[in-house]
Design a protein around this ligand. Structure first.
Ligand code: ATP
Length: 267
């Protein structure tokens, strides 16, 4: 395991996104305490942690929606710490927010057009989004408020893709969705990555995060408690980091996920 936020990933050069010693307060509450991470081009980096760990605060601060008390955010070699959110988006840092935040009274296509309004140049167009989500084109004139949760999540992802991000920030895609729908949405990730994107995601669903991530970082009450590749960490370590348990206590607790353990997964 590596020092939090400074893990080496073989074969990778310069980080596309680098967060250093980021501290964020909500009023008196220190929601993040000196968090560091480096995300390399083409990887899926997952932030895991329980309710209130600070995951959304981290993603929202990277998107420019919270101002850090201390620390820096560098993207593509430039200091973005004080750059306005809309300029970060046009530079390629685009977020799918927790809870989707679609315009419910607008149609599917109108929502996608919102994403495309200040799009960078790149491979994603509204047509390409329709190719990714096969059902979407036929229902492009439907109001998004009438869609199911999974469909709304897909439109929210499509809206972000239509902006042609370089780094896609995904905040709890699984929230409020049935496991089968969550799996279907995450199954789209390889096609998204194939267009050259890098993904930084936040998940409470540890199984899901471990399945898709090349690197994980666990937060607990604003601190990093574990970091590494899924193949490098054991179930017990994740358990302990997630709940703040001692290792011995974690070994006697119920598993946090089912199926293959990270230690049995191929790297
Ligand atoms: P969840 O999965 O519940 O969204 P999280 O890990 O994303 O949790 P955050 O939403 O970042 O955690 O919250 C971290 C802490 O900051 C929590 O204690 C939360 O109550 C607090 N917090 C978050 N946003 C605000 C805000 N806008 N104002 C005040 N406190 C906030």
């Amino acid at each position: 395991m590596n020092e939090p936020g400074h893990g080496e990933r073989p074969g990778n050069g310069t980080a596309l996104l680098e967060v250093r010693d980021l501290t964020v307060h909500h009023g008196q509450l220190r929601a993040l305490d000196r968090i560091s991470l480096r995300v390399f081009p083409g990887e899926v980096y997952a932030i895991i942690g329980a309710n209130g760990a600070g995951k959304s605060t981290l993603l929202r601060t990277i998107a420019g929606l919270h101002r850090p008390t201390e620390g820096t955010i560098r993207y593509d070699g430039k200091d973005m710490t004080k750059v306005r959110p809309e300029r970060r988006a046009t530079a390629g840092i685009v977020m799918v927010p927790e809870g989707r935040r679609l315009f419910g009274s607008l149609t599917v296509e109108e929502n996608l057009k919102v994403g495309a309004t200040y799009a960078r140049k790149g491979p994603w167009t509204i047509e390409r989004v329709y190719e990714l989500f096969g059902w979407m084109k036929d229902r492009r004139t439907q109001r998004t408020a009438q869609l199911s949760g999974g469909e709304q999540q897909s439109v929210a992802i499509g809206r972000a893709l239509a902006a042609n991000p370089r780094v896609l920030l995904l905040d709890e895609l699984s929230l409020g969705l049935a496991p089968v729908i969550v799996q279907r949405i995450y199954a789209m990730l390889p096609q998204i990555l194939a267009t050259g994107l890098t993904v930084l995601l936040v998940e409470q669903d540890v199984s899901q995060a471990l399945q898709v991530a090349s690197h994980i970082q666990c937060l607990l009450e604003g601190h990093t408690t574990l970091e590494g590749r899924p193949s490098e960490v054991t179930a017990e370590q994740v358990e302990a980091a997630y709940f703040g348990l001692s290792q011995a206590a974690a070994e006697g607790s119920e598993p946090l996920w089912h199926g293959s353990t990270p230690s049995s997964r191929a790297s």
